[in-house]
Design a protein around this ligand. Structure first.
Ligand code: NAD
Length: 333
């Protein structure tokens, strides 16, 4: 069986999806690429949908454009692989959920296809908490790569670069609203309106907790290490490379492949839209939380393509280990 697929938003991260489509061989046939930039089959997605009638549409446009494009694709009868973050508010999430009844919407949180997730209950029992540490470097060019990059209400280390860390921790803990949220957010570039460094704490009434400490200003790389604590033990998960207690596990299931399995023989979707609603609630709270504190340049270590926070990797590791906000460990005072 061959399923027709189209890609909307082809020039950026869409290139990754083109490779994923190609890797599925005869299971899929790419019938159109669409981008507002020249060089693709279509510049107008509505025209593409009407003329090519794809069965599956991959939406890989900027996050604030997802909702209208997804609604158009659903209206044209397609199932969706919609990039993360699916939408930027709970109201939009519910609008999309309503419009997608009877259709499949898979959201691009690819780490939920990880083989580490089903193994966790055996290792730790019932999960009581997850703490994430991530320290990456993103140069000045990262913040000017697209018009929405670094823009208030649209981007940020938490909702974009480390979105998978948040979603993975939400999935591992099973935490959903109502919750108590506290945030501690910083930025190092005056022209960037959003956080590049932050901690997040979420607690639910039964005592389960999720803690995330991340930065995009680190000279030392910490890929994204999740310490999972449960009733029967702890485990260390590397969500970017499917590492579980030091061992990298093969067998991640691709989200497009899983969407095809769902269409062909009703396999459960790995990341159905409803599974991502807690992420959307958290993302909206972060996106509307106001401006992060601007760090004093005197604290930073300048480099050609930006400025590092000295000792950033150690800071995120300590914050995650203690489940303490940067402000609570006196990090930037
Ligand atoms: N799953 C992942 O690991 C991952 C990684 C990177 C990006 N993403 C997500 O992928 C999406 C795209 O990110 P990006 O960095 O490629 O963004 P981008 O700003 O480069 O936009 C992607 C493309 O969409 C095009 N575009 C914009 N509006 C359009 C429209 N109305 N119709 C057709 N094309 C349009 C742009 O011209 C661009 O080529 C975002 O949701 C992002 O969060 C996911």
């Amino acid at each position: 069986m061959t399923t027709t697929v189209a890609l909307i938003g082809a020039a950026g991260h869409g290139a990754w999806h083109l490779r994923a489509i190609d890797a599925l061989g005869e299971r899929v046939r790419l019938v159109a690429t669409c981008d507002v930039q020249p060089g693709y089959d279509y510049t107008d997605h509505r025209r593409m949908l009407a003329e090519r009638k794809p069965e599956v549409v991959v939406v890989c446009t900027p996050p604030h454009t997802h909702l209208p494009i997804a609604l158009d694709a659903l209206d044209a009868g397609a199932d969706l692989l919609l990039e993360k973050p699916p939408v930027l508010s709970l109201a939009d999430h519910r609008t999309l959920a309503e419009a997608s009844r009877g259709r499949a919407v898979q959201v691009g949180f690819q780490a939920l296809g990880s083989p580490t997730l089903p193994m966790l209950p055996d290792r730790v029992g019932a999960v009581t908490s997850a703490a994430v540490a991530g320290a990456w470097w993103r140069p000045d060019a990262y913040w000017t790569r697209s018009p929405w990059a670094g823009r208030r209400g649209r981007d940020g280390a938490l909702v974009n670069a480390f979105a998978h860390a948040l979603m993975q921790a939400l999935a591992i803990t099973g935490i959903s609203p109502p919750w108590t949220l506290s945030l501690d957010r910083y930025r190092t570039r005056p022209a960037v309106e959003v956080e590049d460094t932050a901690t997040v704490r979420l607690r639910v009434p039964d005592g389960r907790e999720l803690f995330v400490a991340v930065t995009l200003c680190s000279g030392e790389f910490v890929p994204g290490d999740i310490t999972v604590t449960g009733t029967a033990g702890t485990a260390e998960v590397g969500y970017t490379e499917d590492r579980l207690d030091g061992e990298v596990l093969p067998g991640r299931i691709g989200l497009l492949e899983n969407l095809l399995d769902h269409r062909e023989h009703d396999a459960p979707l790995l990341v159905p839209l409803e599974r991502t609603e807690p992420f959307t609630v958290l993302a909206e709270a972060i996106l509307t939380a106001g401006e992060p504190a601007l760090l004093d340049p005197a604290r930073l270590k300048p480099r050609e393509d930006g400025a590092e926070i000295p000792g950033a990797a150690a800071l995120v590791r300590r914050a995650a280990a203690e489940r303490a906000h940067f402000r609570e460990i006196g990090a930037f005072q």
